[in-house]
Design a protein around this ligand. Structure first.
Ligand code: SF4
Length: 181
């Protein structure tokens, strides 16, 4: 059985900052005030983690970005680095955090992830340019990329409705399968 086949539940890995944990680089959070998030939390569906803190970085910390021209896959395969805005190489902490996050997702049978957009760890559609100029570009953070590589569906906080639909569709498909057997 591979990792994807082992994931049978609809638990949701979530960037810890999205549920109010003050783990952002600047010591703040990105809390989402949505009823559905509170409902999922009360139902025990959410599995929160901050990959960067888990990888050993402090809060607050200097902002970090993927080197310009490097993708998350490059970083994960050792062909690029993640640097903070002082030039310090924080690749190792980011990669450790990504791997521990994947292990947590597997241990909790997470099928989905709800992750903070544009983060060098959690972004699933956009990341910052790598030049610390406030600009974003299409790309993935390294934790989001590693989770996707292992079959976990990742949604950003701007795509909660898509996540709700994915959960609903999967419940319908499960019911159809049960009815057919
Ligand atoms: S690494 Fe992810 S969970 Fe941690 S502060 Fe950044 S976006 Fe939030």
């Amino acid at each position: 059985m591979n990792k994807l086949q082992a994931m049978k539940t609809g638990k949701i890995l979530i960037s810890a900052c999205l549920i109010g944990q003050k783990v952002r680089y600047d010591g703040r959070c990105n809390r989402i005030r949505r009823d559905i998030i509170a409902k999922w939390q009360q139902s025990g569906l959410l599995v929160p983690i901050c990959p960067e803190v888990t990888g050993g970085l402090p809060t607050p910390r200097n902002p970090a970005e993927l080197q310009p021209g490097k993708t998350a896959s490059d970083i994960l395969s050792g062909k690029g680095r993640i640097l903070d805005n002082t030039g310090t190489d924080v690749t190792d902490q980011f990669v450790i955090g990504a791997k521990i996050t994947l292990d947590l997702a597997i241990a909790n049978n997470c099928r989905y992830g709800l992750m903070k957009e544009a983060s060098p760890s959690c972004g699933c559609n956009y990341i910052h340019s790598g030049k610390f100029d406030g600009q974003t570009k299409i790309g993935k953070g390294i934790t989001a990329a590693l989770l996707q590589q292992n079959g976990i569906e990742i949604f950003s906080e701007t795509g909660i409705e898509k996540l709700v639909k994915a959960i609903s569709d999967s419940k319908i498909n499960r019911l159809k399968t049960q009815t057919a057997t």
